[in-house]
Design a protein around this ligand. Structure first.
Ligand code: SAH
Length: 397
């Protein structure tokens, strides 16, 4: 018999709205002895069947819903979910000529804890939940059914796995070990992705639209691309006719790839038109400010500052600080392109932080455009947490 969990009285409300998380405090009792990640039936306090979920005995999020229908969680289930996710993206892939895209965006695609990015024939999986780990063989089988020629690689080297009682793990799940460089193309820009050695699954696909939008601000301009990673915004700036681009990052490997990417696209980077600077952005911005070095455009796309609610205040201070400095080194009429990928900081709060930065910078700042994660990172209406990436274009006077 399938093990089951019974919710505490009145705790089924979020599930009835199809939010997929069940917190430990919302559980009345557990029937049977579900193993780490095993599928359980979920019932309300009065015995009404609600969902199939993956049990995670070590996590505060004690179970994550696979399905609100009475269906088996097996290879066929994963095939249906993957096919649906692919269908959702077909239009976008066709329209933008994508060879790299997010195939599965976890909860937002009905597969909690499972992120899969596709770079050419390489599928890169990040499995963050006990249920994802438990069902790994079925998932791999389903992926091969949908993409028979795919090589499947796991990049589950993420600390949050600990909360689920899982070790970090990386390696080939099927096919070949990815080469050091898999080249994808987005908006006519070629990008080399290092699946094994890069950050996360190798590339930040979520900023694709914002990178494209950034091009209209850069022609003939001096651009500072902070937290450049493998070039991203800097490559689009070169394509958009920027006079000069400084890419700053603390990862030399990322900067080397950024330079390689500029060459791959045959952008003219002679006469220091593109610079790849190994620097801590926090220090660099202060140096530029103190020296009086000014830019026309500053791109500010830092890593996630807030991993938990407890870190949110500190994160706000961090975002305010770097954005204040960015404003101070912009020429009058210059453009700040600023982003936050911290899901805990919503768009309204981020706007406030930028407003605070404007006050502290002593500059007059206008929001002129808003940005969000690209469409292959959809947001399920039942899971607003899926909206994590937001940004603004600001004119700074
Ligand atoms: N804008 C990029 C993605 C940025 S990811 C794109 O479009 O692809 C964040 C980057 O910040 C990572 O490359 C990381 O190495 C870098 N980073 C983190 N802390 C940093 C710091 N203090 N100074 C400079 N770079 C930093």
């Amino acid at each position: 018999m399938t093990p089951a969990i019974y919710l505490a009285k009145g705790r089924e409300k979020s599930l009835l709205r199809r939010h997929p998380w069940i917190f430990s405090r919302g559980i009345h009792k557990v029937d049977g002895e579900p193993q780490l990640g095993e599928t359980v039936d979920v019932f309300s306090h009065d015995g009404r069947w609600l969902a199939k979920a993956a049990y995670s005995p070590k996590s505060q999020i004690r179970a994550r819903v696979w399905s609100f229908d009475k269906e088996a969680i097996d290879t066929a289930f994963f095939i249906r979910r993957i096919e649906q996710a692919q269908r959702l993206r077909d239009e976008l892939i066709e329209r933008d000529g994508l060879t790299g895209y997010r195939l599965i965006a976890a909860e937002s695609d009905g597969l909690p804890g499972i992120t899969i990015d596709k770079y050419q024939d390489y599928l890169v999986c990040q499995l963050l939940s006990a249920g994802a780990e438990f069902n790994k063989p079925a998932l791999v089988e389903a992926l091969l059914h949908c993409f028979p020629n795919a090589n499947i690689y796991e990049r589950s080297d993420v600390a949050v796995r600990k909360k689920e009682g899982l070790e970090e793990t990386v390696g080939v799940l099927h096919g070949e070990e990815p080469p050091a460089s898999v080249v994808i193309e987005e908006n006519g820009v070629k990008i080399s992705v290092d699946i094994v050695g890069g950050h996360k699954t190798g590339f930040y696909l979520d900023q694709r639209d914002s990178r494209a939008q950034s091009m209209k601000y850069v022609e003939g301009k001096e651009v500072l691309n902070c937290f450049s990673y493998t070039g991203g915004f800097g490559l689009y700036a070169l394509k958009g006719g920027a006079k000069r681009v400084i890419n700053a990052d603390v990862s030399q490997h990322a900067l080397d790839t950024a330079k390689y990417n500029a060459e791959l696209n045959e952008f003219d980077i002679s006469k220091k038109r593109a610079v790849f600077l190994n620097a801590d952005v926090f220090k660099l911005l202060r140096e530029y400010r103190d020296q009086g070095t000014k830019f026309d455009v500053v791109v500010m796309d830092p890593p996630k500052f807030a991993e938990s609610k407890a870190q949110l205040n500190g994160a706000c201070r961090g975002y305010k600080d770097i954005n204040m400095l960015a404003m101070q080194i912009l020429k009058p009429g210059g453009t700040l392109l600023t982003y936050s990928c911290s899901g805990l900081m919503d768009q309204v709060l981020f706007q406030k932080v930028i407003a605070d930065a404007a006050v502290d910078s002593g500059r007059s700042v206008k929001f002129v455009e808003r940005f969000e994660q690209a469409a292959d990172h959809p947001i399920d209406t039942a899971y607003p947490e899926g909206f994590y990436l937001k940004g603004f274009a600001c004119k700074v006077f």
